[in-house]
Design a binder for this molecule. Structure first.
Ligand code: ATP
Length: 283
């Protein structure tokens, strides 16, 4: 089953448009949403959450319309910034937020509050960026959502808390029926934890695949420049050449290079490699 389905969604913004956007997010996995700056990640998440109206197409959440208010109960939404009153404290926010959720879990709230070492009665305006992110997470997780959507949760966080956050997410995946959708351009994080990847560029999906498939299928090929001619260039999704040699992204079976394999170096492509080469030449 899919938690989310986008069918031919279109949205026109001032200098940016999304056309025929179709993808799905499978239930029970961590899906990473990657793409360079301005590629449409936040726009897509806002459409999913019905914060931004779509022009045409159809979005389904939990098999029903994304406009259905009831399904919001099952979703934990973590923004890249905290849209809460700066003069509020966590205590005051809890008084507003907890009653909105039938599944609010006070024991879980208290345990995350302790784990994240957040002050209960300090005003949010005195929080650091990392504390605000933890606070956003605290509220998103405390109502035990089945589906967690996070827009750039690791941006601006120090490496220690980034690591902690990824550990918390992995820990949560042991819970039955948990699904996480995580947008990021810090691809190292996703290399570590994602099961599936959706790659968006200029409002279009360039790739939707499992990490397993990506790791098996996509390779970086490196070699001397003289091996890169018009024929070999056509084999690659994207390439970069310089006076010292070439590097290219290749998809498929490496036996194709058997005749020249002693002159080439093969490496597994990282998500960063994929973004770099796919946006250089397209797919
Ligand atoms: N409120 C808005 N009105 C008009 N255009 C907007 C608005 N917000 C974003 N855009 C444009 O939509 C495009 C996609 O932006 P979006 O924020 O969805 O990308 P993103 O992939 O999330 O980028 P980033 O990784 O930098 O956060 C950009 O060209 C941006 O300028």
């Amino acid at each position: 089953m899919n938690i989310v389905e986008f069918h031919n969604v279109a949205k026109k913004r001032k200098d940016f448009s999304i056309e025929n956007l179709s993808f799905s997010i499978p239930n029970g996995y961590i899906t990473g949403f990657i793409g360079p700056n301005g590629s449409g990640k936040t726009t897509t998440i806002q459409m999913m959450m019905d914060i931004l109206q779509i022009d045409t197409g159809d979005i389904k959440l939990f098999g029903t319309s994304h406009k259905n208010y009831r399904i919001k109960q099952k979703i934990g939404f973590v923004y890249d910034d905290l849209y809460m009153y700066e003069d509020f404290t966590i205590k005051k926010m809890k008084a507003f937020i907890a009653p909105l959720y039938e599944t609010w879990n006070e024991t879980l709230f208290q345990s995350y509050l302790k784990k994240f070492q957040l002050p209960f009665t300090k005003k949010l305006k005195h929080f650091s960026k990392g504390m605000k992110m933890k606070c956003s997470l605290l509220f998103a997780l405390s109502h035990e959502p089945e589906f967690i959507i996070m827009d750039e949760p690791t941006a601006g966080l120090d490496p220690i808390f980034r690591r902690e956050l990824l550990d918390i997410l992995q820990e949560m995946m042991t819970r039955e029926n948990q699904t996480i959708f995580l947008s990021s351009h810090i691809t190292n994080d996703l290399d570590r934890i994602a099961d599936y990847i959706i790659f968006i560029h200029e409002g279009k999906i360039l790739l939707q695949a499992s990490m397993e498939e990506i790791q098996e299928q996509y390779h970086i090929v490196k070699g001397e420049r003289n091996l890169l001619d018009a024929d070999t260039k056509r084999l690659f999704i994207g390439f970069q050449d310089s006076t010292v040699g070439f590097q290219a992204l290749y998809r498929g079976d490496l036996t194709l290079f058997d005749d020249v394999s002693d002159q080439l170096i093969f490496e597994k492509a990282t998500l960063e490699d994929m973004i770099y080469f796919m946006t250089r030449k397209g797919i």
